[in-house]
Ligand binder design. Structure first.
Ligand code: ADP
Length: 302
């Protein structure tokens, strides 16, 4: 049993020749894509063949309906999702230039209205022994409540601290089993600039002081670094031709969680997450770029 808690957005992606300057109007090509870190992570796990539960909050608008439908179609279990009439769903305006540069504006909408009490009711869906994954786009008060419930509910907890924000309580930090920042987030949390595996080791030991049992730092094209109190290891990223790195971290987190939930050993789970993220960056889009289990097996064999 695997359950994700996180945000859902409708991404309005405009492909433009170049980014506009203030006051300028440009023509672009619009694609409406389902997004949001939590949703991307849940979809990554579903594409790998799991039936993950997802808790998120959607507005009662048209965007909410289409986001819910696309989650279901991807194989995500939606029974814990709340839809709120009178609220707008989260959305993001994304401008992508031909050179790959981007500008993004996010309206979190309903995602910001997740209250601790709602997380508490959603937690009724968590089976004993389940693996729970949370990202940091939800209100911190809701995350504090979720993490607090860990011992009474008896779940394992992966925390993807993205985007980094202050306010998670020391007690909540101590409930975390795996904290999974990228290089930027690791820097924001520890003040250590992560440029290679050696600096990742320094950042990881600082992360462990915050309370988590293990730290798993992703380093883009370099790979990932794991450390707990007893041991550490680094695994290199799979070399691939990069097309679009959108949602690489979400692919990694969704796949790492899915692999642990399927009972793979730790190191194999990290390796599979690297493979899934590598395949993700060879394809355009967020959820559309998440590979199927068979594609990952094939990739790992070759
Ligand atoms: P985020 O997408 O959150 O910024 P990273 O940039 O660290 O996170 O990427 C997450 C994971 O995606 C990496 O650990 C790696 O497995 C994979 N990845 C990202 N960029 C590349 C790349 N250029 N080549 C291969 N794998 C990549």
């Amino acid at each position: 049993p695997l359950m994700f808690f996180g945000t859902t957005n409708l991404d309005l992606c405009f492909n433009v020749e170049r980014l506009p300057t203030p006051g300028e109007s440009l023509m672009g090509k619009l694609n409406r894509n389902p997004g949001g870190k939590g949703a991307n992570q849940a979809v990554a796990a579903a594409r790998l063949g799991l039936k993950p539960l997802f808790y998120t909050r959607l507005g009662g608008d048209e965007a909410g309906q289409s986001l819910l439908q696309s989650l279901r179609e991807a194989g995500v279990r939606a029974e814990a999702i709340t839809i709120c009439a009178g609220e707008v769903s989260g959305s993001a305006l994304v401008l992508v230039g031909d050179d790959g540069s981007n500008m993004i504006v996010i309206d979190p909408g309903a995602n910001l209205n997740v209250m601790p009490a709602m997380v508490e009711s959603a937690a009724a869906f968590i089976a004993p022994g389940a693996l729970v994954v949370a990202e940091m786009g939800l209100p911190i008060s809701a995350l504090n409540r979720l993490f607090e419930m860990k011992s009474e509910k008896g779940f394992e907890l992966i925390f993807n601290p993205a985007p980094v924000r202050p306010g998670l309580s020391p007690a909540a930090w101590r409930q975390v089993d795996y904290v999974t920042p990228n290089q930027t987030e690791a820097f924001e949390l520890t003040g250590v600039e992560v440029t290679d595996f050696d600096s990742a080791a320094v950042a990881a030991s600082k992360l462990l002081h915050l309370g988590p049992k293990a730290a798993l730092i992703t380093l883009g094209a370099q790979g990932a670094f794991y450390a707990d109190a007893a041991h550490s290891f680094a695994l290199r990223a799979f070399p691939v031709k990069v097309v679009d790195t959108t949602a690489a971290g979400d692919a990694f987190n969704g796949a790492f969680a899915a692999s642990l939930a399927q009972g793979l050993p730790l190191r194999d789970s990290v390796r599979r997450a690297l493979a899934v993220a590598a395949l993700c960056v060879t394809r355009r889009g967020a959820q559309a770029s998440m590979p199927l289990a068979a594609e990952v097996d094939e990739f790992l064999k070759s």
